[in-house]
Design a protein around this ligand. Sequence first.
Ligand SMILES: *[C@@H]1O[C@H](CO)[C@@H](O)[C@H](O)[C@H]1NC(C)=O
Ligand SMILES: *[C@@H]1O[C@H](CO)[C@@H](O)[C@H](O)[C@H]1NC(C)=O
Ligand SMILES: *[C@@H]1O[C@H](CO)[C@@H](O)[C@H](O)[C@H]1NC(C)=O
Ligand SMILES: *[C@@H]1O[C@H](CO)[C@@H](O)[C@H](O)[C@H]1NC(C)=O
Ligand SMILES: *[C@@H]1O[C@H](CO)[C@@H](O)[C@H](O)[C@H]1NC(C)=O
Length: 639
Amino acid sequence: MQRRPSAAVLLLLFVAVWSTVTGDPQVNVLNIGCSQYKAPSPSTFFANLNATFADLRANISASASARFATAQQSSGSNPVYALFQCRDYLSAADCSSCLATAEFRIRNCSAANGGRVILDGCFLRYESSPFFDQTTLPGNQGLCGNRTATPAGAFSASAEELLLDLSTAVPQIENYFAAAEQGGVYGVAQCVRTVSESGCADCLQVAYGNLKGCPPDAEGRAVDAGCFMRYSDKAFFPANQTVDLAPYLKSGSSSKKGAIIGGVVGGVGFLLLLAIAGFLWIRWSRKHGKTERGDILGATELRGPMDYRYADLKAATKEFSEENKLGEGGFGEVYKGVLKNGKAVAVKKLTIANARRVRTDFQSEVKLISNVHHRNLVRLLGCSTKGPELLLVYEYMANSSLDKVLFGDRRGILNWKQRFDVIVGIARGLAYLHQEFHVCIIHRDIKSSNILLDDNFQPKIADFGLARLLPGDQSHLSTKFAGTLGYTAPEYAIHGQLSEKVDTYSYGVVVLEIVSGRKSNDVNLEPVTQYLLEWAWKLYEDDMLLELVDSSLDPNEYSPEEVKRVLEIALLCTQSTVVARPTMSEVVVMLLSKGGLVLQPTRPVFIDATSRVRGDASTSSKSSSASNAAYSNTQPSAR
Ligand SMILES: *[C@@H]1O[C@H](CO)[C@@H](O)[C@H](O)[C@H]1NC(C)=O
Ligand SMILES: *[C@@H]1O[C@H](CO)[C@@H](O)[C@H](O)[C@H]1NC(C)=O
Ligand SMILES: *[C@@H]1O[C@H](CO)[C@@H](O)[C@H](O)[C@H]1NC(C)=O
Ligand SMILES: *[C@@H]1O[C@H](CO)[C@@H](O)[C@H](O)[C@H]1NC(C)=O
Ligand SMILES: *[C@@H]1O[C@H](CO)[C@@H](O)[C@H](O)[C@H]1NC(C)=O
């Protein structure tokens, strides 16, 4: 009974579902995946997992209307986070029954510290770190049926229209769920309730893309981490569960594509519609390089890091050729690689002294880092450990790094809105690393060249976790390893005092760069010959902060109050007193709150490339000169 059903069984089930729409928990499995690696202490982890599942069960059976629950055991070193969701059309009894099946199936993951199972009727997932805000992840896919509906043309047109309407409407609906029927096509769309409205819309957009190729197949399903979509020519939910989508489609928020297709439907008819939809689809998929579909069975995040063969990566990067080189970071050179399946990746060749010692911890660190998932953090996909060098494989970012669009040949292309989004995104990524991931990861090397930008100029922080690979005693001694002059918090550069506030400081410097379009460590820029931080502080004292704003920004597109608030937050981050600096989650809150700041920044310590340390005279001139000596001793020649 719990065997993975074949397509034929699915079909039978489908018919059964159609004839008896109630009293069926719809437990055929669409997608199942387990993490490859094990929890640190399986017995504790299992106890936590059992407790978490028990909470889910209690929540779901607590009320007749409950169709969604999260639960967590977040203390200790074996945390468990779990989420369960039923399709809202299931009865309470079917929902509980679907949970029981899902739980049974996911137990098959044995001691893996993460797993998920997606059934027609429900979705269950657990991980050892929080994931409730995740929307779309690699591994998302469309599952088309192999039965063709008739008449094919009309069915395809109705199906596409219904799916588009669902993906437009559902993000606006409370509970993020809708079932609807249009022109003989039945469909549902659903997001997990813990994502944002825009996250839901993004996820359904991807799901829609994954399903668009299915019609005229009579049925299709799209699975992802944060949403689900399904259509069929047969009813798979009770008739009284449908909602009227019309009120959600009028409000001008429907996507452009929807407007185009809608207009065409009204005016011309199905054939033209199909031609245009096909054309748009081809264009869309070219533009989006839709390689993800069928890329993997079950998302990579559930499979743990990939073990790549050295020879494959060597071939993918054309033997680490100069032409494929993307850049050079603190930990080695980075190359663009194209894998055999056509997927572009970034391959980092690690050059770490004492690599033997590193190798022992390498695999466990890679596992840890690859388990970090956040939309503002670059994904580590895997590694290669058997070749002459250690290689790390990352997702590839098309728009290169922030420094290039701030200071490079593409300078000036980011408007204020985009810059603000980058500022917020970096803060979110860091807040996740510091506070939300179950191990606090301090980046230690936040700088604009470590912030990569995706197709939509959303920031993704690179190179996090790598400093953990360094032997502890070396970590602060040389800026070559961790920390770049101009971005490094003085207490870390000088005394090696490491805390997450080290990243807060560097973040503040990066924010100043983003707003001003000036490099933090360049003193030869008009209109002043001062380091950025010094200049910013001086302008703050003279109440002239807006002088700092990049002249390439159009003054009509930003509000002076907002820019000023952002700059003051940057100054709060760079204060010399470590405890006075805000945590990154406080930074996120301050950035997103509209009013003025309650806190006033105090003076930063100025530390610059020529190893001068000009301390805040009011704190202690003694420690400042002592620092000076220590600093010049440990500092290798500055750049
Ligand atoms: C957790 O629950 C499963 C299934 O109910 C059981 O087999 C296992 O012994 C439990 N483990 C712990 C640690 O309680
Ligand atoms: C879910 O269950 C937990 C513990 O059993 C409880 O504290 C929480 O209030 C419940 N939540 C809902 C929404 O019922
Ligand atoms: C899960 O169950 C299937 C059979 O139902 C089996 O082939 C597979 O090896 C199991 N996986 C694990 C991790 O136990
Ligand atoms: C659908 O696919 C399954 C297995 O892939 C096959 O057994 C079945 O005959 C197919 N049905 C049709 C109508 O092609
Ligand atoms: C839908 O109909 C079923 C019986 O067919 C009934 O039990 C259920 O309460 C109805 N649901 C709603 C929301 O009206």
